[in-house]
Design a protein around this ligand. Structure first.
Ligand SMILES: Nc1nc2c(ncn2[C@@H]2O[C@H](COP(=O)(O)OP(=O)(O)OP(=O)(O)O)[C@@H](O)[C@H]2O)c(=O)[nH]1
Ligand SMILES: [Mg+2]
Length: 235
């Protein structure tokens, strides 16, 4: 009895979130802003990957960051040091960002001025997977220090993403982690996902990551242009 009432409540919350995510997605389409939702367990290297990206992007796009953390501004302070505009959302007791938290920032100055937004979700391999934010692509990081069994134990987040970064590859000789097994397990859950091996510390694999981001932005811009053309022709 209680269980089914709980399930209904959860369905309502997820349904409402999906609506707000659609609203955000439509807003970003109109403003031609390409949005990435970056997710992982705590400490897999999300902020470090973003720091590397902004120090090496060479004017290829104009980014802004939305940082989600339960408390504090530590990650936002790190991003600000790269010269990239950043907003911090404190989620309080919530272990993930939800779409409405993003909606509140839609008209903020730097969100409006940038062509690309990276949303760094709260460190958590479970809940963020259930709450789309209106993003174009989803990126999941799995650090090799976490173990190659994680895709089996936390399948949902790996099922619904476009790119997996296997991070901290510079530590390979110190940990028991099979890149091959991890990749096989990720592809068994999500056959279309791309898997990359990187180290934001040494820069290994990072040019390929940056090229992927640039390609997504360009594909997004062509997609929305096509949609605008169809809308225009229909009128
Ligand atoms: N050796 C090594 N350490 C790394 C690498 N990337 C990140 N780290 C370290 O891992 C720790 C966590 O990195 P963060 O970038 O803060 O991870 P995060 O995913 O943003 O963490 P949360 O936001 O707290 O979930 C820091 O001490 C980083 O210096 C890497 O490629 N190699
Ligand atoms: Mg972080």
């Amino acid at each position: 009895m209680h269980e089914s009432a709980d399930e209904h409540a959860l369905e309502r919350i997820l349904g409402k979130n999906d609506e707000m995510a659609d609203h955000n997605r439509e807003h970003f389409r109109r403003s031609k802003t390409c949005v990435f939702n970056v997710m992982s367990a705590p400490g897999a290297g999300k902020t470090t990957v973003l720091e590397w990206t902004f120090r090496n992007l060479d004017g290829k796009f104009k980014p802004c960051v939305i940082e989600g953390d339960m408390v504090g501004n530590l990650d936002a302070d790190r991003i600000a040091k790269t010269g990239t505009p950043v907003y911090q959302i404190s989620t309080g007791r919530s272990c993930h960002l939800d779409a409405q938290m993003i909606t509140r920032l839609l008209h903020s100055e730097s969100v409006e001025k940038s062509d690309t937004i990276f949303i760094e979700n709260v460190g958590n391999l479970v809940c963020p997977a259930e709450f789309p934010l209106g993003e174009y692509k989803r990126i999941v990081l799995l650090s090799i220090t976490e173990g190659d069994d994680k895709p089996i134990k936390y399948p949902v987040i790996f099922r619904n993403c476009d790119l997996v970064l296997l991070t901290k590859c510079d530590l390979m000789e110190h940990v028991d982690f099979s890149l091959e097994e991890a990749e096989k397990r990720i592809l068994a859950i999500n056959p279309n996902v791309l898997v990359m091996h990187v180290s934001a510390k040494t820069g290994y694999g990072m040019e390929k990551w940056l090229a992927w981001i640039v390609r997504q932005i360009s594909e997004y811009q062509s997609e929305i242009k096509k949609i605008a053309h169809v809308h225009h022709s229909a009128h």
